[in-house]
Design a protein around this ligand. Structure first.
Ligand code: GTP
Ligand code: MG
Length: 317
C-alpha cells in the first residue's frame, strides 16, 4: 500500500483515480485546491476537501532548504539546445526542463520553426544537447510539418556528424490537433497518460493563446479567459515537475506598439501567461532569415539579445 492509499477517506478506487489524474504523491494532493482536485479526479467537493486536509497532515511539508541543497536539486535540471549557440547562451545553456518557456512575437517571427527544432533536438542524445526523449505537441493552428522535421534532422546530422534516421525522430514526436480551447485543455490531461508509456521530455503548445483569444473576445470575457489560461498553464507546469520535462508555448503578439498595447514585450493578455512562464522570449524579425531573440524577466539570467537564423536546415547561429 502506498502513501496515497493510507490517507483517511481514500480507498483503493479513489487512490487509483488520483494516480490516473497525475497525483503521484501526498504532497501533490496537499497543495491542490479542493475545486481542482474534485474536477480532475472526478470526486465530490467535500471528499476532495477532506482528502486535501488529510494530505496536508500526512505530507512532509518540508523545511526551508539551504542554498546548497537547492543547488543540488537544480543540477537535475537539463537543457535542450536551440540549435544556435548564441540563443543557447542567452537562455543559460538552452531551454530548461521543469519550467515553462514562452516564445512570443508577431507572425513569421519564427515561433513555430523554433518549436519544430526543439522537438527534433529533444530527441537527440544528451551529449549533443538533447534529452534523449520523446515529444508531445499540441498543435492548434495545423502548422506541424513532418517534412520540416525531416529537413531539420538532416541539418542536425550534418552539423553534429550523426546519422539519425528522420523516421526515428518522427516516431518520437506525438502530435495532437486541438480544435478549440476546451479540447486544448483536455489534451493536457491526456498528456499525463501518455507520459506513463513514453518518456515525454518536451511538451509544445503552439499556439497557447490563439483559441483562447478567438473564443473569449472583448473586455467582458477577459477575466474568464485569463482564469482558464491560468489553469491551463498550471497543469502544464505540474506536468513539467512530475515528468522532469520542458514545456514550450507560443503566443502571437502584434509587433506595432499602438496606444492599446503599449510596449510590445508587455502584451495585453500576456500577463497571466507571463507570470506562470519561467522564461519569456520575445522574437522579432530581422533581415532575411535572421531573427532576434530577447530574454525577458528571467529569474536568474541577465536580459539580453541573441541573433539567430532560420534556414532550410533549421535554427542556427
Ligand atoms: P505565426 O504562427 O503566424 O504567429 O508565426 P510564427 O512565429 O510561428 O512563424 P514561423 O515559425 O512559422 O516562421 C515562418 C518563417 O520561417 C517563414 O517566414 C520563413 O522565413 C521561415 N521558414 C518556414 N519554413 C521554412 C522552410 O521550410 N525553410 C526555410 N528556409 N525557412 C522556413
Ligand atoms: Mg506559428
Amino acid at each position: 500500500m502506498d502513501e496515497i492509499e493510507k490517507l483517511p477517506g481514500v480507498g483503493p478506487a479513489t487512490a487509483e483515480k488520483l494516480k490516473d489524474a497525475g497525483y503521484d504523491s501526498v504532497m501533490a494532493i496537499a497543495v491542490e485546491s479542493p475545486r481542482n482536485l474534485a474536477e480532475i479526479a472526478e470526486i465530490g467537493d467535500s471528499v476532495a476537501a477532506k482528502i486535501i486536509n488529510a494530505a496536508k497532515k500526512a505530507a512532509d511539508i518540508g523545511n526551508f532548504e539551504s542554498g546548497v541543497e537547492i543547488m543540488e536539486r537544480r543540477k537535475e535540471i537539463k537543457k535542450i539546445t536551440t540549435g544556435s549557440a548564441s540563443f543557447d547562451d542567452l537562455l543559460g545553456g538552452g531551454v530548461e526542463t521543469e519550467s515553462i518557456t514562452e516564445f512570443f512575437g508577431e507572425f513569421g517571427s519564427g515561433k513555430t520553426q523554433i518549436m519544430h527544432q526543439l522537438a527534433v533536438n529533444a530527441t537527440l542524445p544528451v551529449e549533443y544537447g538533447g534529452l534523449d526523449g520523446e515529444v508531445a505537441m499540441i498543435d492548434t493552428e495545423n502548422t506541424f510539418r513532418p517534412e520540416r522535421i525531416i529537413q531539420m534532422v538532416g541539418g542536425a546530422n550534418k552539423k553534429l556528424e550523426l546519422d539519425i534516421k528522420p523516421e526515428e525522430v518522427l516516431g518520437k514526436i506525438h502530435v495532437a490537433r486541438a480544435y478549440n480551447s476546451s479540447h486544448q485543455m483536455l489534451l493536457v490531461d491526456k498528456l499525463f497518460d501518455i507520459a506513463k508509456e513514453r518518456p515525454i521530455k518536451l511538451v509544445v503548445v503552439d499556439s497557447l493563446t490563439a483559441h483562447f483569444r478567438a473564443e473569449y473576445m472583448g473586455r467582458g470575457a477577459l477575466a474568464e479567459r485569463q482564469q482558464l489560461l491560468n489553469r491551463h498553464m498550471h497543469k502544464l507546469l505540474k506536468f513539467s515537475t512530475l515528468n522532469k520535462a520542458a514545456i514550450c508555448v507560443t503566443n502571437q503578439v502584434a509587433s506595432k506598439p499602438d496606444a492599446f498595447f503599449g510596449d510590445p514585450t508587455r502584451p495585453i493578455g500576456g500577463h497571466i501567461v507571463g507570470h506562470t512562464a519561467t522564461f519569456r522570449v520575445y522574437l522579432r524579425k530581422s533581415k532575411g532569415d535572421k531573427r532576434i531573440a530577447r530574454l525577458i524577466d528571467s529569474p536568474n539570467l541577465p536580459e539580453g539579445e541573441a541573433l539567430l537564423r532560420i534556414t532550410e536546415e533549421g535554427v542556427s547561429d
